[in-house]
Ligand binder design. Structure first.
Ligand code: HEM
Length: 513
């Protein structure tokens, strides 16, 4: 470890800390080390350096205030092979990233996101309907919901079923993408560049990259071309890509970069929102007292005879607190997405060298017992006591309510769209259903493992079992009725459906009759 670096675990020659670098659920080991080495420590990864921040003040200073130097991402050859450096999430600080970011920002502002509320609301109604009809499949209903919302927002084309061809193609491409990105799936090409020149016939990982690239391009450019053709026919429905296509020149975007912009937004918008909602349900089952308080609140404010509306949230402080607590309890991105430095930075007497990888350990911060009372428990009430949920008397001002969405110039561009989805669905689900432990054949409750989460940089619970029942017969009727009424909103987004989708749409509406 070079002089001036933050402290960290003892190193060995050549490898540094590489031999002890966690390859899965890194947030847990990183948090353990944070309790030992402090809120800022370093890891030597061969000749490279990674710095782990588990201290809110350091994050605010280095990542938010000095975002100009911490905006980069670490090099990732595999991502370049698959996406040609055009995946906004993983892209280095390049002109292409700036173009992608500007285009995303211009159209995902709070005002622009508000334009997409009708389809989000209609899809959320279908989610309630799907859960009502087939409660056991809630996990896939939620995945369909988030994928359909993002497809509708971006391309004006929805996915009525989990098996809708675009949705199936997306989850297939995404699965392959996650496999190639998994640590250990590829040799350490970023550390040992010579490995990049191994010919494809001896490098399965290169063939996997080529396969993923093809799956992504077939879907992303297929959707892109379809939108272009729809525009040419004069059949606009207000989708994001329509606007991008008409402003392509202004943003300096060619076909290639425009196709990948759509792609990265589907990726960013699908499993993040669904993982969040699955965690919310897991927590409601595991913490029935919190569920009861939320039920009482929504009954008092919204009542029995209508579905919640977005404006209701202003009068629902406990549910607002629950939404924040869900982000804290099981953040979708427990280490955010790694950043990297464009220039050396000095902080608290330590040197962070140029090119260092920076992990923001949001898991470690959110689960710090010095900041939070009983951090391992799901306790929405903490956000009623202080703005950032920290213990009264502890200074939580270095945190912010949208901390789970990232830092500095890389903060999540989908934040407003995501928050609308989360807010609508949290209210809807609580208004409509009871969430309980399922029972086994002997009638014994099946306890949930609240740590049974997926591996990966973005995480959510593995599919789990629970019992979901409508809270009253009247609410079930309202859901059926609202679902039918949403048909008009859906219609604009239902062009070019497969025969199976058309049949499903017709059948589900007839069923509701
Ligand atoms: C629960 C929902 C979501 C959460 C918790 C979430 C969280 C995050 C986090 C932590 C980052 C990394 C920020 C950083 O590096 O500092 C990120 C980046 C990103 N998110 Fe989200 N996100 C969500 C939903 C969405 C949605 C709906 C979209 C698309 C419409 C989206 C698109 C992106 C993109 C493109 C990036 C990369 C930004 C860049 O590197 O410049 N996300 N998100």
């Amino acid at each position: 470890r070079e002089a001036g670096l933050p402290p960290g675990p003892p190193t060995v020659p050549l490898l540094g800390n590489l031999h002890i670098f966690p390859t899965e659920f890194a947030q847990y080991k990183f948090t353990e080390w944070a309790r030992q080495y402090g809120g800022i420590y370093s890891l030597k990864v061969g000749p490279g350096t990674a710095v782990v921040l588990t201290d809110a003040a350091a994050v605010k200073e280095l990542m938010d205030k000095r975002s100009g130097t911490t905006v980069d991402r670490p090099p990732m050859y595999v991502a370049d092979l698959v996406t040609g450096g055009l995946n906004m999430v993983l892209a280095r600080y390049t002109e292409n990233w700036r173009i992608l970011r500007r285009a995303a920002h211009a159209i995902l502002t709070p005002q622009a996101s508000a334009r997409h509320l009708p389809i989000q609301q209609a899809e959320a109604t279908q989610l309630l309907h799907d859960v009502l009809v087939r409660p056991k499949s809630f996990y896939t209903h939620i995945r369909r919901y988030s994928n359909s919302v993002i497809l509708s927002v971006l391309y004006g084309k929805r996915a009525p079923r989990y098996e809708t061809p675009e949705t199936t193609a997306f989850f297939k491409a995404q699965h392959e993408w996650e496999l190639v990105l998994e640590p250990g799936a590829t040799p350490p090409v970023d550390l040992i560049p010579i490995l990049k020149s191994v010919p494809e016939r001896w490098a399965k990982w290169k063939r996997d990259c080529a396969k993923t690239r093809k799956l992504q391009r077939d879907l992303y450019f297929g959707l892109f071309d379809e939108t272009k053709e729809r525009l040419a026919r004069g059949e606009e429905n207000g989708s994001y890509m329509e606007e991008i296509l008409t402003r392509q020149e202004e943003f300096g975007m060619d076909r290639e970069i425009t196709g990948y912009l759509g792609g990265v937004l589907i990726e960013g918008g699908s499993d993040t929102t669904s993982s969040y909602l699955q965690t919310l349900i897991l927590a409601l089952v595991a913490y029935p007292d919190a569920q009861k308080k939320a039920h009482e609140e929504i009954d008092r404010v919204v009542g029995e005879h209508r579905m919640p509306a977005l404006d209701d949230l202003d009068s629902l402080p406990y549910i607002r607190a629950m939404i924040l607590e869900t982000h804290r309890y099981r953040p979708v991105a427990p280490l955010m997405i790694p950043h990297a430095t464009l220039a050396p930075e000095e902080y608290n007497g330590y040197i962070i060298p140029q090119g260092a990888t920076i992990f923001v350990n949001s898991w470690g911060i959110f689960h710090d017992p010095a900041l939070y009372e009983d951090p391992e428990d799901f306790v929405p009430d903490r956000y009623l006591l202080t703005e950032n949920g920290t213990k009264p008397g502890v200074d939580g001002s270095d945190l912010r309510p949208n901390f789970a969405f990232g830092v500095g110039r890389r903060i999540c561009p989908g934040i407003h769209l995501a928050q609308n989805s989360i807010n609508i669905n949290a209210m809807n689900l609580l208004w409509a259903f009871h969430f309980d432990n399922d029972t086994d054949v002997n009638g014994k409750p099946i306890e949930l493992d609240t740590f049974d989460y997926q591996r990966g940089i973005l995480t959510g619970p593995h599919p789990f079992q629970c019992k979901i029942t409508p809270r009253t017969a009247e609410k079930a009727e309202i859901i059926e009725r609202e679902f039918l009424e949403a048909a008009d909103t859906f219609a604009k987004f239902e062009f070019g459906l497969s025969a199976e989708d058309k049949e499903f749409v017709a059948r589900s509406r007839a069923h509701s009759n």
